[in-house]
Design a protein around this ligand. Structure first.
Ligand SMILES: *Cc1c(COP(=O)(O)O)cnc(C)c1O
Length: 413
């Protein structure tokens, strides 16, 4: 056990796996599960990168895409672009045959520029400006989400004849980053709205849900699919055959807490699909964001300051200030929801708890205080801290320049 890495790190294990599969014929087996350390170090040295920066190993994204396709073959993958909108990420996924879940005209444009077809785009945001719907429709997008009557009316006016699916309100229990309350409607409302969709000249296509991001429970899809199948039955009575179930995202990345492997999620979902829909499944869509890109990224930060607040010897806790904080891309540390794996580079030896904070002049820019990270007592100003599994929801969350700190740059390798 390397005490230099805070909390459990699957990185060691990954390199063992890579060794074992060397020389096999199947190229997909050789894709790394975690970013290749040598490749990263070489890239940093060659480009003399200054922190903070995010490096994304595209082979890890590919590995995650292939693993999901392999373990959940009945589902079409619509990558949730918001998780990491780097053009190289989108391009790699286009090459692999992925479809895309988008939320805005800029994301539509990004995906089209990367070579995707408009038929492989789902406009999954339930809160759209009507002009944006019109714009996407003009570019050939024909699949849209809604969860309210007013949104459905916009779609009827500005995306006539399109496939529409209704998002259900489901429990996000077990999710570290819940997406509850704000999205979805109850089943009886969904039924009425899908019937109305048909009357309005739209194609009532299916149903979607999202069980919450970084979902740690395997059984949450079963609960949601029970509601979805009830809706299918109710609409059949009304003469409407829904065609599609959208499983949303929720599959996890590897942070400090260990999570089940993707295969366990896939088999739980597959079992739930058969339980609720029998052997003749509707079209199945999955919208992974975090699980495709999260583990692909490492973010290097620099220690700007190490300090204490008093002379009191009993006051052991050091404050460690980094050159990245909540406004620079680590927004998911809000309420300490996502706990990244930290690795102080080049420091070993005894550790002690710290409070970690960002560099900005805002006192809410504290990353971790309740959760006590342990960092080496020898930690110095100028040291580098590597933050692992930062490929999702980091660079796209960075502010445009609060306090004059530039947005987090992404380098894809
Ligand atoms: C954000 C989002 C996703 C991706 O969720 P993850 O938990 O990151 O996989 C999928 N679908 C929709 C509609 C989303 O808004």
């Amino acid at each position: 056990m390397n005490t230099n890495i805070v909390a459990t790190s699957p990185i060691k294990k990954a390199s063992r796996v890579a060794k074992k599969t060397k020389g096999t014929q199947n190229p997909s087996k050789q894709l790394p599960k975690f970013p290749n350390k040598e490749k990263i170090e070489k890239f940093i040295a060659e480009n003399q990168l200054k922190t903070p920066y995010l490096i994304v190993d595209l082979d890890v994204v590919e590995n995650n895409y292939r693993a999901l396709r392999r373990t959940l073959p009945m589902a079409t993958v619509f990558y949730a672009v918001k998780a990491n909108p780097a053009p190289e990420v989108v391009q790699r996924l286009v090459t692999l045959g992925s479809s895309f879940d988008v939320a805005s005209p800029a994301e539509v444009e990004l995906v089209l520029n990367a070579g995707a077809n408009p038929e492989n785009i789902s406009f999954g945001n339930t809160i759209k400006k009507e002009d944006d719907i019109k714009w996407a429709y003009d570019y050939g997008v024909r699949m849209y989400a809604f969860d309210s009557e007013a949104e459905l009316m916009k779609l009827a006016r500005s995306a006539p004849g399109s496939k529409v699916f209704c998002r259900l309100l489901v429990s996000c229990e077990g999710a570290d980053w819940p997406l509850s309350r704000k999205f979805g409607c109850e089943v009886d409302m969904a039924r009425d709205l899908l019937i109305k969709a048909k009357d309005l000249g739209l194609e009532p296509y299916g149903v979607s849900f999202h069980v919450g991001s970084q979902q740690t429970r395997l059984d949450q899809w079963d609960n949601a699919l029970a509601q979805a199948s009830a809706l299918f039955r109710e609409l059949k009575v009304a003469g409407i055959d829904l065609q599609m179930v959208n499983l949303g995202g929720g599959l996890p990345a590897h942070y400090t807490d260990s999570v089940s492997p993707v295969g366990s999620y896939s088999s739980a979902i597959a079992k739930a699909l058969t339980k609720h829909f029998g052997n003749k499944l509707p079209n199945i869509i999955t919208e992974p964001g975090r699980s495709l890109v999260g583990d692909s990224g490492v973010l290097d930060a620099e220690v700007v300051l190490v300090s204490k607040k008093s002379y009191n010897e009993a006051d052991e806790v050091r404050w460690v200030y980094l050159d990245i904080g909540k406004f620079g891309g680590l927004a998911e540390t809000l309420d300490e929801a996502i706990k990244y794996r930290l690795e102080p580079l080049g420091r070993k030896g005894a550790t002690a708890p710290v409070i970690l904070a960002g560099p900005s002049c805002d006192s809410m820019d504290i990353l971790y205080e309740k959760f006590k990270y342990q960092l080496p007592l020898s930690l110095q100003v100028g040291d580098k801290i590597r933050i692992h599994a930062t490929g999702a929801y980091t660079a796209s969350y960075a502010s445009v320049g609060f306090n004059g700190f530039a947005p987090l740059p992404t380098y894809c390798i």
